[in-house]
Design a protein around this ligand. Structure first.
Ligand code: CO
Length: 134
């Protein structure tokens, strides 16, 4: 299984505009994209940092998984995402290794990319997203 690079590190935040203002003030960065993902109940912004990205995730409503994460943990690191060249092959490999998958099949994520999430129990307690980049 080949990982191309670290695609993004995702941070859960309560209010996206406030978090973007903070990142702008502290690091002088601005978002390269901003998108509502209704299926996940989030609004996300991507900040390009070198060859990788920081993804800021804010809940759209109190029932979204990110809202539940914020209620339990507060703001902070939510997941990491690896870019992979072949998501189907990556998922097949992980399944063959007995890794617990949240998404057994690829689905559409931000930027209309094919993505899948791997359960934190599968690897060192870290929620991991795979993003297919072709
Ligand atoms: Co992500």
């Amino acid at each position: 299984m080949l990982l191309l690079n670290l695609d993004h590190v995702a941070v859960a935040v309560r209010v996206l505009d406030e978090a973007l203002a903070l990142f702008s003030r502290l690091y002088g960065v601005s978002p390269s994209s901003r998108e509502v993902i209704e299926a996940d109940g989030v609004e996300e912004a991507m900040i390009l940092v070198g060859g990788s990205q920081v993804q800021l995730l804010a809940p759209r409503h109190p029932d979204s998984p990110v809202a539940r994460f914020l209620a339990r943990h507060g703001e902070g690191l939510h997941h990491i995402a690896f870019a992979v060249p072949d998501l189907d092959a990556a998922l097949a490999h992980l399944a063959s290794e007995g890794a617990e998958l949240i998404d057994r099949e690829p689905r559409r994520g931000g930027g209309d990319n094919r993505i899948a999430f791997v359960h934190p129990r599968a690897c060192a307690g870290v929620l991991t997203e795979l993003v297919e980049v072709r």
